[in-house]
Design a protein around this ligand. Structure first.
Ligand code: GLV
Length: 307
């Protein structure tokens, strides 16, 4: 019985060491050294793997990331569940990143970077975090954890989800009817939704006009949530004041893409959150145990919903 790992080889060696310690009965294999295809029961992968039919005894595909939009769900046999990565390391690193981005925007870091470049010394008004309302689009595992973390930092937090959620100290909005009211009071908007046919291109001109003038955007979802031309227009008209972008489509953005050089945009290379081998392996081994015992695994993708 083997587990095949298909992603960054350096982290793969860490997985290999941890698997040897914690699950010596499972033969851990690093792609492309997959051994006998008949023995492959579990596949851990970041990107889709072609021709899964070559693994006749495959039981589960584990996405090594939180998002599963990169997979063609139709190409995974229907009896093989696809499981997205829900583990504490991804959650904690996402909380850190969004806190960094919200604090950077709230404390005018974009302006101060420009000021430093022009040797300008000019203090801008400092307001307490409680006067800054952060709206989280998407209140799944990550969105909810981020909202609670920001609340702990003193920000006024609200969230929007397709179906209603309840979170302590976070105003929760739900469904299309409540979206305009949510947007009209979100001074910083954080996109943490899964990418689906419904959410593709949701960060567009129509949405930007519903935010308060001068609002800012943090995109830690997927590049395809954003219509980049609409963001540039909103920044240039002053409807939006700044954006922090961690995800693009394609990645990296082309060399001459105007977002690279826009003075109101901070860019990071898709590093907002990262699966942490220690905690991810605990989740995977727990899920394997659940699967063997016929119990429900954590994070199984609903193919209808797409996440
Ligand atoms: C990263 O983008 C992930 O899906 O975990």
């Amino acid at each position: 019985m083997s587990f095949v790992y298909n992603a960054d080889p350096e982290r793969g060696r860490e997985w290999q060491r941890l698997f040897a310690q914690r699950a010596p009965d499972i033969d851990f294999r690093l792609w492309p050294d997959i051994g006998s295809a008949e023995e492959v029961r579990y596949l851990g992968t970041w990107a889709p793997v072609e021709d899964l039919a070559r693994f006749p005894n495959l039981e589960v595909v584990f996405s090594l990331g939180a998002g599963v939009d990169q997979f063609d769900l139709g190409s995974i046999p229907s009896h093989v569940p696809l499981v997205r990565m829900q583990e504490s390391g991804i959650v904690a690193t996402m909380q850190e990143y969004v806190a960094m981005a919200v604090l950077a925007l709230h404390r005018n870091l974009v302006d101060y970077i420009a000021q430093q470049r022009s040797e300008t010394w000019q203090a801008l008004r400092v307001r307490p975090a409680s006067q800054c309302r952060v709206g989280i689009l998407g209140l799944g595992q990550l969105g909810a954890a981020v909202a609670q973390h920001l609340t702990g930092l003193g920000f006024a937090c609200q969230g929007w989800s397709r179906t209603r959620r309840q979170l302590e100290d976070v105003a929760c909005f739900a469904g299309g009817d409540e979206l305009p009211r949510f947007l009209s009071t979100s001074q910083v908007l954080v996109c943490l939704m899964p990418l689906t046919a419904e959410t593709r291109g949701i960060l567009n001109a129509k949405l930007f006009t519903q935010l308060p003038r001068g609002a800012s955007l943090i995109n830690v979802g997927r590049g395809l949530h954003l219509v980049a031309a609409d963001l540039l227009a909103a920044l240039d008209s002053g409807q939006l004041s700044a954006a922090v972008l961690d995800v693009f489509d394609p990645e990296p953005p082309p060399v001459d893409h105007p977002l690279w050089h826009h003075p109101s945009v901070l860019i990071t290379p898709h590093i907002a959150s990262m699966t942490q081998p220690e905690s991810a392996i605990e989740r995977v081994l727990d899920n394997i145990a659940r699967h063997r015992e016929g119990r429900e695994m954590v994070g199984v993708v609903d193919r209808q919903r797409g996440y």
